[in-house]
Design a protein around this ligand. Structure first.
Ligand code: ATP
Ligand code: MG
Length: 498
């Protein structure tokens, strides 16, 4: 087999070999090369000790206690800018299910491959005459589409319980890569390895949430049907309950009568659609969690079942889940927002342009497109044939129509400091009240967003007492919520019947 290996990687290997050190391309990138999949990063394993590597590559950093030196290549390709060069090593005794108590450097690539997690990751390429080093039949498992632990599976998971997540992650990624994902892709976790995962699943408790999150994100971001299959597999192995017990609450929870899927199935199918559309992490998570609270707020059964407030409770649950997994604040805020607003109501002819402007000002223009994507996923996940029915298309059309209207305080034709100047007042609540009132009036009628109108309005408002002004501002705030609360009854009806 001929592989195309990038120049910066070849350079490193040649330089090591020129100094009489063995050097191999190793691990996941070899697996990906053989599969014809683009490697995420490139790893080199060598007989050279960390100090010797550093001497050969002055522009490098000795990264950790595991013998890894990060070599800067000067490449502008982010996947090639830094290449990890690691001294052959073997691992000894683990007592915390995560880190080896002691590592020792090894003499041969074979010893080094023996400490790796799965046979398909325990492959190395020598660019010279040695060719592919494959002591654990990784190439055969690649052909058979099998994820198999190197050595005794149970011992390997007991050494490092993160491998439990990694097994499912590779299954999701490779399954999604090769076909529709899931059993249809042909990728499987080998039987003995699978049994060992079930047996050792509780060890996941010892793994840091961040590490679990990283693998979970890779599962969620897998291609095609990979994310769906991955979550089914996490549940089947008994892993899900150790980091996402909330999602499991939807198992076997029926929705109101003519919903054909349980809450669990619906959440997963929504994620599945978002993944197949290649949507962002935030949209995928929003789709997965949008109905997570339904089991907690469910009242009644069958036709009578209701799920009032599940979007509010769901937003809180989603924040808890994502904070626990240490997602970034940016991701958390976005996903929580998507869950909170996924239930917006829209009907052609019923909601006015002013109503759509109010809706946008509530949700934020920057979130609208993703919110519609979650809604699309929600619909398909319910088993309805069209992701984008006439109603949603119409809403999109309305959004386009009002998109450039003044819908946020930033787009108001006058700023707070100008209000203070016009009225000769100091900063204080009055300024905020006036801004809120003006914005509301402009949402109703964008043609009011011009200097003359605004100035005369400010002068009028300036004559009102604190009390009167606050009352008006509160009323404006209520109107802003109208898009939601004004149709409260409508939503309730919808919940009962749908
Ligand atoms: P990716 O496509 O995400 O880069 P990868 O297989 O390359 O997947 P990395 O996390 O980059 O995974 O690790 C590189 C290699 O190091 C793996 O292919 C495997 O050989 C080894 N490895 C990584 N993590 C572990 C682990 N927890 N236990 C044993 N070996 C591991
Ligand atoms: Mg890698």
């Amino acid at each position: 087999m001929k592989f195309s290996i990038p120049e910066p990687v070849l350079d490193i290997i040649k330089k090591l070999e020129a100094s009489d050190f063995q050097a191999f391309i190793v691990g996941g990138c070899v697996r990906d090369l053989i599969l014809g999949r683009e490697p995420q990063d490139w790893d080199v394993a060598t007989g050279a000790k960390p100090e010797e590597i550093q001497k050969l590559f002055p522009d490098s950093v000795y990264e950790n206690e595991f013998g890894t030196v990060a070599v800067k290549t000067g490449s502008t390709d982010p996947k090639l800018a830094i290449i990890e060069v690691t001294t052959f090593r073997s691992e000894e005794k683990y007592s915390d299910f995560r880190h080896p108590d002691k590592i020792s450097f090894a003499k041969t690539i074979k010893e080094d491959l023996a400490r790796r997690d799965f046979t398909i990751n325990a492959l190395a390429i020598n660019i010279g005459d040695v060719g592919i080093v494959d002591p654990f039949d990784g190439q055969q498992d690649l052909k058979k589409k099998l994820i198999r632990a190197v050595g005794e599976p149970k011992e390997r998971f007991e050494e490092d319980a993160l491998r439990l997540m990694r097994a499912v992650r590779f299954s999701a990624e490779l399954g999604g890569f090769s076909a529709r994902g899931g059993p249809a892709s042909g990728w499987k976790i080998e039987e003995k390895t699978a049994l060992a995962i079930k047996e050792t699943a509780p060890l996941l408790k010892h793994i840091a949430q961040e590490r679990i999150r990283d693998e979970f994100v890779k599962i969620i971001m897998a291609k095609n049907g990979g994310p769906y299959a991955g979550i089914i597999e996490l549940e089947a192995f008994g892993l899900l309950k150790y980091f996402l017990p909330e999602l499991r609450e939807g198992i076997e929870v029926n929705q109101a009568k003519h919903h054909i899927f349980t809450v669990w199935e619906h959440n997963l199918l929504s994620l599945d659609y978002a993944a197949r559309q290649n949507y962002s992490l935030e949209v995928r998570l929003g789709s997965l969690f949008h109905d997570a609270a339904k089991p907690r707020v469910k009242r009644g059964e069958g036709e009578e079942a209701t799920f009032y407030n599940h979007e509010v409770v769901g937003a809180k649950m989603t924040r808890q889940i994502l904070e626990r997994l240490h997602f970034s604040k940016k991701v958390i805020d976005k996903v929580v927002h998507l869950v909170r607003w996924h239930l917006f109501y829209y009907n052609v002819g019923e909601v006015t342009e002013a109503g759509v402007r109010r809706f946008i000002s509530r949700v934020g223009l920057e979130h609208i497109d993703d919110l519609l994507r979650v809604r699309e996923a929600d619909r398909i996940g319910s088993g309805v044939p069209k992701a984008f029915p006439y109603k949603l298309r119409h809403l999109q059309f309305m959004i386009e129509k009002v998109r450039t209207d003044p819908i946020g305080p930033k787009m108001l034709g006058i700023k707070g400091d100008e209000i203070m100047k016009i009225l000769g007042i100091e900063p204080g609540p009055r300024v905020g009240w006036i801004l809120g009132i003006l914005l509301e009036e402009v949402l109703d009628d964008p043609s009011r967003n011009e200097r003359q109108y605004l100035e005369s309005r400010i002068k009028n408002l300036g004559d009102l007492s604190d009390d009167q002004l606050k009352k008006l501002a509160d009323k404006a705030k209520d109107r802003k919520e109208e898009f939601e609360s004004g149709i409260e009854e409508e939503i309730k009806k919808r919940h009962r019947v749908s």
